[in-house]
Design a protein around this ligand. Structure first.
Ligand SMILES: NC(=O)CCC(=O)C(=O)O
Length: 262
């Protein structure tokens, strides 16, 4: 499966500018001879962290982003791990991730369950109430979590126990905690013996500098690709996804784990 991973600088509080950026990026990446099968976008990519403006910027029930991604998916015959967006539901605004397949169908939707206090999310957003679940693209079981979720190993373990072979992390992770960003992704890959694919942003907003360094890590924890800190970048990489069963056989942590004790 060939991946195209988006690392960009967002325009905070300006969804139209960000839709335009993502459309241009998609058209550019899909114009390559060796086209990706799957594209990965970052967290809150329509608005960025313009939290105090979300009451008028958040879209209702994905009414803008879903048709937008469906249109691009069908135009280019490509799957989207569609990052996340500020999503107004009946009882408040959620940080909602979405996955759209190349037929233009919504495959999966997930509301971030761990809101990040360090970026003040709990003051503006509602926390999701449903555990992240596995979805399939081209017959491969996968999962998606959103940024701060990375700190909670239980969430990724639940996805791995459901059979996820690839974990996607869509993020706006700050530069101040870059060492955590890198170490935790490697830890999730190693302990769950799965691939980790992440998309982060660059730039600075409201005094917070973002870390970039979007990554691809294999099930042994080896970094296969890494974007720089302060540069827009597209990571393109072929993942054979054959390594997971072999690694799980060689180091059988899923057989050795004591589900009877914890
Ligand atoms: N957008 C986020 O969830 C940021 C997470 C973060 O800053 C951290 O975990 O540290």
């Amino acid at each position: 499966m060939r991946y195209g991973i988006c690392q960009i600088e967002l325009v905070p509080g300006n969804p139209n500018a960000n839709y335009e950026k993502i459309e241009q990026w998609t058209d550019m990446v899909m114009a390559q001879q060796d086209k990706p099968d799957i594209l990965v976008l970052p967290e809150m990519w329509t608005t960025a962290y313009a939290l105090s403006d979300l009451h008028h910027l958040a879209e209702k029930n994905l009414e803008k982003t879903l048709p937008f991604l469906k249109r691009l998916a069908k135009r280019h015959q490509v799957h989207f791990i569609g990052g996340s967006v500020a999503n107004q539901k009946n009882d408040g605004i959620y940080n909602t991730a979405l996955v759209v397949n190349k037929q233009g169908e919504l495959v999966y939707e997930y509301d971030k369950v761990h809101l990040v206090p360090m970026l003040n999310e709990p003051a503006y957003l509602q926390e999701g109430q449903t555990l992240a679940k596995v979805f399939e693209l081209d017959g491969i079981k996968m999962g998606i979590i959103i940024c701060y979720d990375l700190r909670f190993p239980e969430l990724t373990r639940a996805l791995a126990l459901e059979g996820a072979q690839v974990l996607h992390i869509v993020a706006e992770w700050p530069e101040a905690r870059t060492s955590h960003w890198q170490a935790l992704q490697a830890a999730r890959a190693i302990e769950n013996q799965c691939y980790v694919v992440s998309s982060n942003v660059i730039g600075t907003h409201d005094g917070v500098e973002f870390a970039g360094r979007s990554m691809v890590i294999d099930p042994l924890g080896k970094v296969l690709a890494k974007a720089p800190q302060q540069q827009e970048e597209t990571l393109t990489i072929n993942l054979q996804l054959t390594q997971v069963p072999q690694v799980r056989q060689d180091v059988p942590v899923f057989k050795s784990r004591r589900a009877d004790l914890y």
